[in-house]
Write a protein that binds this ligand. Structure first.
Ligand code: SF4
Ligand code: SF4
Length: 169
């Protein structure tokens, strides 16, 4: 997207956000606005250092919902064999986190070409979902554009939290 178009779209989205916050206050709509703004304000830079952190003790969402029960996980594996690589760790009858059979001892993916979509999307997915950068990740967030001064206070707060959660002060 050209820089002028980016600024124009940012201003439009921020005005729409203000209108939303003073009228219907739709949370679904403000969620869409937040994601749209993240794409404009930030880029992801850096490279993989093979820490393996994005493949160990991970939370997995499927069809937009986190997998929390063994029954659901088994049902997912029955129709998507790609998911059988994950090993659920259970705590108090619920899935606490997953490990992955494909992670090698030197933190490479042994199934790189056929890894699931959410593995392919990391770290770009932090800009279009609730995902966050993992601790010690070689990728980092860079802010290239700032919110206009008239942006709503809730949008400013969300962007501040997003930066904090992704180690950008
Ligand atoms: S499939 Fe590969 S990239 Fe995905 S969690 Fe497993 S080791 Fe990591
Ligand atoms: S957390 Fe980041 S640096 Fe570590 S393996 Fe994943 S992408 Fe690479």
């Amino acid at each position: 997207m050209k820089i002028v178009v980016k600024y124009l779209w940012l201003y439009i989205v921020c005005i729409v956000d203000l209108c939303n916050s003073f009228t219907v206050s739709s949370s679904r709509f403000s969620q869409w606005i937040f994601r749209e703004v993240k794409w404009i304000l930030f880029v992801i830079d850096g490279a993989c250092k093979h820490s393996g952190n994005c493949c160990k003790s991970i939370q997995i969402s499927y069809d937009f919902f986190p997998i929390k029960t063994i029954n659901r996980f088994n049902a997912i594996c029955n129709h998507d064999s790609n998911m059988t690589r994950f090993i659920p760790n259970v705590k108090n009858d619920a899935i606490d986190f997953f490990d992955c059979r494909c992670l090698t001892s030197d933190n490479y993916c042994s199934s790189y070409q056929s890894r699931p979509k959410f593995c392919v999307q990391y770290p770009r997915n932090i800009l279009f979902s609730d995902a966050q950068l993992y601790e010690g990740c070689g990728y980092y967030l860079k802010q290239v554009i700032y919110l206009p001064f008239f942006s709503s206070s809730s949008l400013k707060r969300k962007i501040m939290c997003f930066k904090f959660n992704n180690h950008l002060s």
